[in-house]
Ligand binder design. Structure first.
Ligand code: COA
Ligand code: ZN
Length: 301
């Protein structure tokens, strides 16, 4: 088995993790969570999103969260934006890294941001130009890279053509997302192998959900394709409000446990990470799907 010595975990819990929680999590708890994540060794995280509060009320306190956290200069905080208005709001907040999102599937993109894929990509071209002029790092997420909740399987050639187009715009990172958690390891291996073989200057990151229990297998498959960056969410929290039936993200603690057991460094401290889960757990109204925080034997990692 070909394994890297080190991988990078990007924590998306404060954004993807909690955006779909029915009850509003108090702003001070979100701030406490991010401040606790600061102590784990995580170097990059999606902290919030500048989306319409009517559609995603949980994220309505984006600016207050960013203003309230202790920003560690060695940690990169990112905010997701769906459109140009999101960019303007993000710029005002002073954040230096943005996570753009477009769905490979038109049906999904129309539900998610009320634009076709092409409309989103075109309007983001201007956003990227402005962001670069402001020294803002751009991470570009391709949602529904494998499956669409409405149209089924997504053509990998379409996704690869989007990767090439994003690469030409000079983005810093491209994330292939299995938004509904429906991909299988063979599909993941094939798409990531092709994406990695494009030798893009941009970092290529994998983002999995665990709807069908395949998130960890898909992490392994992406690892085999040469991917060394993974999005993850503490406790396995997560889900997209516009992807019906989608379960949470791959759990950060489970990925880290698996990596550490295989001798792969993540730079993340498990005890500190598990403490973060305890901060949000009382505010969620579902059972967390991550495994490690439920393991009762002492020091099982
Ligand atoms: N944040 C806050 N307000 C926004 C906004 C944003 N990013 N984008 C648009 N608006 C406001 C406009 O200013 C306008 O306000 P007004 O009525 O006071 O003039 C109003 O919303 C309508 O603008 P429009 O561009 O027509 O937006 P829309 O109704 O088509 O909604 C999105 C588009 C993208 C804002 C909305 O679909 C959305 O927030 N989606 C959330 C996607 C998401 O978070 N998905 C999960 C993560 S992938
Ligand atoms: Zn996601």
């Amino acid at each position: 088995m070909n394994l890297p010595e080190k991988v990078e975990i990007i924590e998306v819990g404060p954004r993807d993790g909690i955006q779909n929680e029915a009850n509003f999590i108090p702003t001070e708890k979100k701030i406490e969570l991010i401040n606790a994540l600061n102590k784990t060794g995580i170097k990059r995280m999606e902290a919030t999103s500048f989306v319409h509060p009517k559609y995603v009320p949980q994220m309505r306190d984006a600016k207050e969260v960013l203003d309230g956290i202790e920003q560690n200069p060695s940690i990169q905080y990112m905010a997701l934006i769906p459109n140009e208005k999101g960019y303007e709001r993000a710029l005002e907040s002073g954040i230096k890294a943005l996570s753009l999102v477009v769905g490979a599937s038109d049906s999904f993109n129309l539900k998610n941001v009320k634009m076709t894929r092409e409309q989103s990509m075109e309007s983001f071209e201007a956003v990227i130009e402005k962001a670069k002029a402001n020294d803002i790092l751009i991470r570009y997420n391709i949602a529904t890279s494998f499956w669409c909740p409405f149209d089924g399987i997504v053509d990998s050639k379409l996704v690869l053509s989007m990767v090439e187009r994003m690469e030409q715009l000079g983005v810093d990172e491209i994330v292939l997302c299995d938004t509904i958690g429906r991909a299988n390891p063979k599909q993941v291996l094939n798409l990531f192998k092709e994406a990695v073989s494009l030798k893009s200057e941009a970092m290529i990151t994998a983002h999995f959900h665990d709807t069908y229990g395949m998130a960890m297998s898909n992490v392994m498959a992406a690892l085999q394709a040469g991917v060394t960056r993974f999005d993850a969410s503490i406790g396995g929290l997560g889900g997209c409000p516009f992807a019906p039936g989608a379960a949470g993200n791959a759990a950060t603690e489970d990925i880290i446990f698996m990596m550490h057991e295989m001798g792969i460094d993540t730079g993340i401290d498990m005890d500190q990470l598990l403490a973060c889960i305890e901060i949000v757990k009382p505010f969620t109204n579902r059972n967390l799907t991550g495994h490690l925080h439920k393991v009762k034997t002492s020091k099982s990692y």
